[in-house]
Design a protein around this ligand. Sequence first.
Ligand SMILES: Nc1nc2c(ncn2[C@@H]2O[C@H](COP(=O)(O)OP(=O)(O)OP(=O)(O)O)[C@@H](O)[C@H]2O)c(=O)[nH]1
Ligand SMILES: [Mg+2]
Length: 198
Amino acid sequence: MRRAGLAEANHLLSETSADRLGAAAAEIAFVGRSNVGKSSLINALCRKDLARVSGTPGRTRAINVFAAAPGRWLVDLPGYGYAQGGQAERAGWGAMIEGYLTRRPALRRIFVLVDAKVGPTRLDLDMLAWLQSQGLPWRVVATKADQVKRAASSTRRGEAARLMGILPENLAWVSAAENVGVKELRAEVERELFSDAA
Ligand SMILES: Nc1nc2c(ncn2[C@@H]2O[C@H](COP(=O)(O)OP(=O)(O)OP(=O)(O)O)[C@@H](O)[C@H]2O)c(=O)[nH]1
Ligand SMILES: [Mg+2]
């Protein structure tokens, strides 16, 4: 039998409330600042244009679910920290993200994306502290690594990891644009998503 993988992923649904999502067997979520590259990373992992990418922050406004197999989900969440839009709408996004993250029993891992060049912002650190306080399983991924000069990358990676209280080797260092670190991350996501699949 052919091994299940992310290449089979397809858009399943878009929802603005976690309550209406229905059950999954296993799911992996992607969170991070608006424009950090969540949708681009999902596309790189699945090797196709599934999630909508844009130079305009705040592009992903709903919980977008992609199914790699029945009940095996990749979840693209709206970005946080986007300054535009009304206050009510912004509060709504926060509630949407938090509502989702706290109501999914099959959530195996939350990938928290931070910009490799910018490093973790206050909001990223708040998100990590909150995930920690909720006992949710997270892992940090530095995106757009192509924007960091090769000579500076180990210093940047070390500094970003230090700010988040993790080891540099535990900070995934990826570029969706130049396909750096994507293969390793794909293997990791597939392991988490399909570890108990028949
Ligand atoms: N240089 C570079 N640019 C990238 C990379 N990944 C994404 N981008 C760019 O960053 C911008 C935002 O990418 P998205 O994938 O839409 O980001 P997002 O986090 O989904 O954004 P929201 O949906 O608005 O929260 C786009 O212009 C992408 O082309 C990367 O690896 N390298
Ligand atoms: Mg997006």
